[in-house]
Design a protein around this ligand. Structure first.
Ligand code: SF4
Length: 426
């Protein structure tokens, strides 16, 4: 059995393991993860997005991670260990963890996971770190150009599908129509990837347009106004139903429309940070140039997403170049730990776009989110008088009932305002 002292000699994911080992991936974004999983399979990796949820995940997390560690880390590690506990053979698996790098505690998730694995008796299992900060290099996992292009294309499709799905699901006349259409498109894109299609700019543009037209044909009941609620917060808690107790489903069940900003925002935020790092902190010039090139690449695809919604009933999302400027005067672009200024900018954007009800989903004890989320709410409310923002804490001891009651209170205010507006229109 491996001891904690042997953490330096951790097992590596070697090239020989690519064919024999299954890569376990924590669940986070349903649509995106299905597409990314398919991309990895087509690039020769055996992989599985973990679906195990429930109280055992939290229990295992609490057992092997200190309880003052970030809640996302506790959940991700708990989900890995709970999954391993229920497998017949744990000698042919590899764990994949994403890392954003930077000064936030997210950079330590890899070490926390290795430590937890050793304590749980799984110290022989290799861990792959997926990152762009050079925190960890694993020989078996290669970032090839086709893999990167496919992952980016999948992210573009994932963002557009998530947006259209959220725009429709609360208004569908026949329950399940939106989900069926989303599944149809996810399968369609996976099939195109299998045939080496769907990644060129031309294919992306065409697919995005067809997607928007398809959702536009859904039979929706738009006759009565519902509270429109935007969700922002720490990236894992914002997106993962395991982290936010199925927040989107809950909002839909309460007759509200839920909107979650796409992953493009986070990707572009990270790239712009390389530019601000150079300008404000005098950091890498090379990093700044690479970021500028990447921004150009991403912005072209972002434009395709926005243009795809022309001539449909959907109002497209904003260009990120506009969103980023919205935080000016509220929070400086030098504030970039965790979600940093992105969190502020997304709240401002949502309010500007008519999602004046905003839930800021925060892991308890997350310093960056408390500063850039809770800390700027007063200022945002002073700029947008109609902003109805609430911060909800997520941690192992926070009860779902308490979280939902606070959200219901926010929705009650939103529904009251809709009634007042309707009366004023008469
Ligand atoms: S953003 Fe917050 S929750 Fe996430 S790693 Fe940083 S401190 Fe932890």
């Amino acid at each position: 059995m491996q001891t904690l002292k042997q953490l330096d000699n951790y097992p590596k994911f070697t090239e020989d393991m690519v064919k024999t080992h299954t890569i376990l991936i924590p669940s986070m974004l349903d649509i995106h993860m299905s597409l990314w999983e398919a991309v990895l399979r087509q690039c020769g990796y055996k992989c599985e997005v973990m679906q195990n949820q429930g109280p055992d995940v939290v229990t295992e997390g609490l057992k092997y991670v200190h309880n003052d560690t970030c809640y996302p880390a506790l959940l991700v590690i708990g989900q890995f260990i709970d999954n391993l506990n229920h497998r017949d053979d744990t000698h042919n698996v590899v764990l994949l963890i994403t890392q954003t790098g930077g000064g936030c505690r997210a950079s330590n998730y890899l070490l926390l996971l290795r430590k937890a694995l050793v304590k749980a008796g799984y110290g022989y299992i290799p861990v792959v770190s997926l990152n762009y900060s050079n925190l960890e290099k694993d020989s078996g996992f290669k970032y090839t150009l086709p893999l990167i292009f496919k992952l980016t294309a999948a992210m573009t499709y994932g963002d557009e599908l998530m947006y259209l799905h959220n725009k429709c699901r609360s208004y569908e006349k026949t329950k399940g129509d939106t989900k069926a259409l989303t599944t149809k498109w996810v399968n369609n894109i996976i099939k195109q990837f299998e045939n080496n299609k769907g990644t060129s700019y031309r294919d992306i543009k065409k697919n995005l347009k067809l997607m928007a037209q398809d959702y536009d044909k859904l039979d929706l009941d738009l006759s009565h106004k519902k509270p429109r609620v935007g969700i922002v917060g720490e990236i894992y808690i914002k997106y993962a139903s395991l982290g936010n107790n199925h927040l989107e489903d809950f909002l839909v069940s309460q007759d509200a429309e839920a909107m979650v900003p796409g992953v493009y925002g986070f990707a572009l935020y990270s790239m712009y940070n390389a530019i601000y790092d150079y300008k404000i902190y005098g950091m890498s010039r090379k990093g700044m140039f690479i970021a500028k090139l990447l921004i150009r690449y991403f912005r072209r695809r972002e434009k395709a997403m926005i243009n795809a919604m022309k001539n449909t009933k959907f109002t497209p999302m904003n260009y990120f170049a506009h969103t980023k400027d919205l935080s000016e005067g509220v929070l400086d672009h030098g504030t970039k730990m965790g979600e940093g200024w992105l969190l502020t900018a997304e709240m401002m954007e949502l309010v500007e776009e008519g999602y004046e009800n905003v839930i800021c989903a925060q892991p308890f004890g997350c310093l960056p989110n408390h500063i850039c989320g809770k800390g700027v709410m007063k200022k945002i409310k002073s700029i947008h008088k109609d902003a109805n923002i609430v911060a909800i804490d997520y941690d192992p001891s926070a009860t779902k009932v308490n979280q939902e009651n606070r959200i219901k209170l926010m929705l009650a205010i939103a529904k009251e305002r809709i009634k007042d507006d309707e009366k004023a229109e008469l």
